[in-house]
Design a protein around this ligand. Structure first.
Ligand code: DP6
Length: 357
């Protein structure tokens, strides 16, 4: 696919203000390993969440002098310089696709619905919200643009900020990365496939157990790099593709046994890749393992379809159908919260994507 269709190089100038809310997402088939400019090694699929969101307001105004500050960024109403390098990199990467941005200064103000220090990856929702605001500015100059076209560009730009952010645009399930299993899928932006997902997944629950609120010892960006030359890279890419095909069947048929098997296999493969890269690293913690063991025991004892997935960190996402919420939440509170840092957990569920505020 040529990326030229994403270039908008009209010379425009104006004042504009907009605000968007973008959700976090949790991958079922994991994106791990990238090449070129933020292109994935394998296709991934995620549930869009509904409670964990970033809300971002951007004001655009013509820049008087090119050496003026290009953007200022407030997080929770405060200047937070630690975010600047990531935003600067994002701006540098998106500029060729919207060069008129260079002539504007952006005042960005952002906040999360979840605690920033919860160890929950916020870059997906943050980059998606920012991309949606920028695309909304561009949208004024495209009278012919459908919502679908602007969401595609938002996903494309969000990806340049953080790969998983490409999936934080729409919902309830998003596919990013080319796969024969989803004919519209591609490496440049994520799509919401038109499949009829089984109704059990429309309001699937995700309870996030906060095992460690701290900064990760190895960032995702470094982890992705370690997939280059990884001894199991070829097998991992093959596995992700096979898993995606099987998971599509589980998601359309409602086969929870298959869903659970694939979701947990993906989480463990992701962490196995970390443990077998060079240098190797481990992001799970003793409490992570204790939770996984208890989830397996609980499932064996009760037959209830509770399963886990993991991000690139120690926290555990517990996935289960809404109809089983009462006994499962009871189990979480009695047996698992004890393993969380300061007993912290977040209740979330599958959602339908970003919205303009
Ligand atoms: C383990 O999207 O955070 O969460 O593209 O370098 O910003 P960058 O990486 P990022 O990687 C997320 C990886 C993952 C799996 C996933 O979300 O698919």
């Amino acid at each position: 696919m040529s990326t030229n269709s994403f270039v908008f190089d009209a010379s425009i100038e104006g004042h504009f203000q907009t605000q968007w809310q973008a959700p976090s997402n949790i991958a079922l088939i994991k994106y791990w390993g990238k090449h070129g400019q933020q292109l994935p090694q394998n296709p991934s699929i995620s549930f869009t969440l509904s409670q964990c969101v970033t809300t971002t307001k951007v004001s655009f105004s013509p820049r008087e002098e090119l050496n003026d500050k290009h953007f200022e960024f407030l997080f929770d109403q405060k200047k937070q310089s630690e975010f600047y390098p990531k935003i600067q990199l994002f701006m540098d990467r998106i500029m060729p696709y919207f060069p008129a941005l260079e002539g504007h200064s952006l005042s960005i103000s952002s906040q999360n619905s979840f605690p920033h220090s919860s160890g929950i990856a916020s870059s997906a929702s943050a980059m998606a919200a920012m991309a949606l605001c920028i695309v909304d500015f561009e949208r004024q100059f495209h009278s012919d643009w459908s919502m679908e076209a602007s969401f595609q560009k938002a996903s494309f730009l969000a990806r340049l900020g953080s790969g998983s952010a490409a999936r934080s645009i729409s919902g309830p399930l998003m596919v990013w990365g080319q796969s024969d299993v989803f004919p519209q899928s591609n490496d440049h932006f994520a799509i919401a496939p038109s499949e009829e997902w089984h109704h059990i997944f429309h309001d699937y629950q995700d309870t996030v157990l906060i095992v460690d609120k701290g900064q990760k010892r190895v960032s995702s960006t470094v982890g992705h790099k370690l997939m280059q030359g990884h001894p199991f890279a070829t097998q991992r890419i093959e596995q992700a593709n096979t898993h995606l095909k099987q998971l599509k069947n589980a998601l359309t048929s409602g086969d929870l046994e298959l869903f659970i098997y694939l979701t947990e296999a993906e989480a463990l493969s992701l962490h196995a890749m970390m443990m077998t890269s060079s240098p190797s690293f481990v992001l799970m913690q003793p409490n992570t393992l204790a939770i996984l063991q208890k989830v397996w025991d609980y499932r064996a004892q009760t037959g209830l379809p509770l399963c886990f997935t993991l991000d690139a960190g120690a926290n555990v996402h517990l996935l289960y159908p809404l109809k089983d919420r009462t006994p499962i939440l009871d189990f979480i509170q009695k047996e698992l919260v004890f393993h969380c840092q300061q007993g912290q957990y977040i209740e979330d569920q599958v959602g339908n994507g970003a919205k303009k505020i």
